[in-house]
Design a protein around this ligand. Structure first.
Ligand code: NAD
Length: 477
């Protein structure tokens, strides 16, 4: 079995405490690899390497076109390892192989995209008086710590790291303990691209150990966290104690409104990817459908047909469509939610329990007659469980969709684009999808309303949270 290490200051570093984290294939529950578990000493090493590289101004003073070329090189080298890394990601996460390879290519796209923006971060001149020349410059924060979850281990690294790098920060990434292996293949790409040591460090340790120590480290100046609301709140407290900025990208309970004129096949196509893809472990999962009474029975029938048709299997088996959830704990949690929904009066028109096979597979579950008071309508399940709620008038549909502490995604299915844009204006969500879930790209801003977080990742908007503004006033007397 292969043993992987932390990538610190351009070198592969074992855990001083000699502790390891074993990583499972969720499709078989068998251990497929292990990685040195970072403790405080490895966090100290990684932060000090990042701090040193920042203080030496390696990235900050690099001519901007050279920084951009380095980023394009990282993109090229990442594409070269996409097959190898994607395979490992597929094994450790369980998701479909093509989707896993795409994550590496997404990272490459992010680096290419932000490379083009490195020399377009312009300040302003500000009129003060005839004898003062006043201008602003945009500067990085210093050491930026990024903590990522297991559902999109590479994509989540890519979107924050590319932005952090383009703006001149030095970065320490802590990967999730359930999926740390594939990021080591990305680290190989960084070596192949000859990224100067210390600018990017990738470590893996437990959240409540290495993660919390990293965030509270006195030499960390900026934090990017992607994960659950509960952990996000802890991170925000920790950052408040040091008065440093934090970007938090958290969970969701996104609803799609289905108007009577919707093409129901669009809804079913979205359900296939947005609640049953990656076994529903998607922050913007279409986990609720708010459906007009007149089309609900027909839609339920189509959703049942879809659920029956999905090929269940490991991500590395050709054609698998419903892949496992990440762990035994996650399977217990997801099955527990389905059970509680049924106990509270929902009808499982398909699924409702774990699949009868090895590994952590949950049946594609469609719950009909869900009401707003049920936990399956309110809480993030993070599994292949779709809750269907009924409405009669449009205002009621909007009220149901917004009746959640989350505000990550939202959607609307209708042929009437006026109604679609009216609905988009009413939905309290950071991104709204019309007639197809997941229409965004590396260039579209992404983030949450309400408890789903704040700041934005991706796109030009993403750059803002990685830079601080310095004002310079020159007396001309
Ligand atoms: P999690 O909050 O349990 O863990 C996320 C990361 O935080 C992991 O790396 C973990 O080790 C680390 N961590 C845990 N406790 C910590 C602590 N006290 N201090 C510092 N770090 C700590 O979340 P998860 O279960 O890994 O991920 C699933 C959640 O992530 C879901 O809620 C999902 O919606 C959310 N998510 C959000 C987005 C987004 O862009 N909004 C994207 C992907 C996932």
């Amino acid at each position: 079995m292969e043993k992987y290490n932390n990538f610190i200051n351009g070198q592969w570093i074992d855990s001083e405490a000699k502790e390891i984290i074993k990583v499972e294939d969720p499709a078989t529950a068998k251990v497929i690899g292990e990685i040195a578990c970072a403790k405080n000493s490895e966090v100290d090493l990684a932060v000090s390497a990042a701090k040193e590289s920042f203080n030496k101004r390696i990235l900050v003073d690099m001519p901007l076109l050279q920084r951009a070329k380095l980023m394009h090189r990282i993109a090229d080298e990442t594409r070269k390892v996409a097959e190898e890394g994607g395979k490992l990601l597929c094994y450790e996460n369980g998701k479909n192989l093509a989707a896993a390879i795409k994550e590496f290519n997404d990272v490459a796209d992010m680096f290419d995209y932000y490379a083009g923006l490195t020399d377009k971060l312009e300040g302003k001149t500000i009129p003060v008086s005839h004898n003062v020349f006043d201008y602003t410059v945009l500067e990085p924060f210093g050491v930026s710590a990024h903590i990522v979850p297991w559902n999109y281990p590479l994509s989540m690294i890519g979107r924050s790291l590319a932005c952090s790098f383009a703006t001149g920060n030095s970065t320490v990434i802590k990967t999730a303990e359930l999926t740390p292996l594939s990021a080591t293949i990305f680290a190989k790409a960084l070596q192949n691209a000859e990224v100067p040591a210390g600018l990017i460090n990738i470590i893996c340790g437990y959240g409540n150990e290495a993660g919390s120590y990293l965030v509270s480290h006195p030499d960390v100046n900026h934090v990017v966290f992607t994960g659950s609301v509960a952990t996000g709140k802890k991170i925000l407290h920790s950052c408040a104690d040091k008065a440093i900025p934090a970007i938090v990208e958290l969970g969701g309970k996104s609803a799609g409104i289905v108007y009577p004129d919707a093409d129901l096949n669009d809804v079913v196509d979205s359900a296939k990817h947005a609640i049953f893809g990656v076994a529903g472990q998607i922050c913007t999962a279409m986990s609720r459908l708010v459906v007009h009474k007149s089309v609900k029975d027909e839609l339920i029938e189509k959703l049942v047909d879809l659920s029956k048709s999905l090929k269940v299997g490991p991500g590395y088996e050709e054609g698998s469509e419903l892949t496992p959830v990440i762990s035994s704990n996650q399977l217990d949690k997801v099955e527990g939610y389905a059970r509680s929904g049924i106990q509270q009066g929902a009808e499982a028109v398909h699924g409702g329990k774990r699949a009868d096979r090895e590994g952590y597979f949950m049946e594609a579950t469609v719950l009909n007659n869900v009401t707003q008071d049920m936990s399956v309508a309110r809480e993030e399940i993070f599994g292949p469980v779709l809750s269907v709620l009924e409405y009669q008038d449009t205002e009621e549909a909007i009220a149901i969709a917004n009746d959640t502490e989350y505000g990550l995604g939202g959607g609307v299915f209708t042929k009437d684009l006026n109604k679609a844009s009216w609905t988009a204006s009413k939905l309290q969500a950071g991104q709204v999808y019309v007639n197809k879930w997941f229409t965004g790209s590396h260039a579209t801003p992404f983030g949450g309303y309400k408890q789903s977080g704040y700041s934005r990742e991706k796109g030009v908007d993403g750059l803002k949270s990685y830079l601080q503004v310095k004002n310079v006033g020159i007396s001309l007397n």
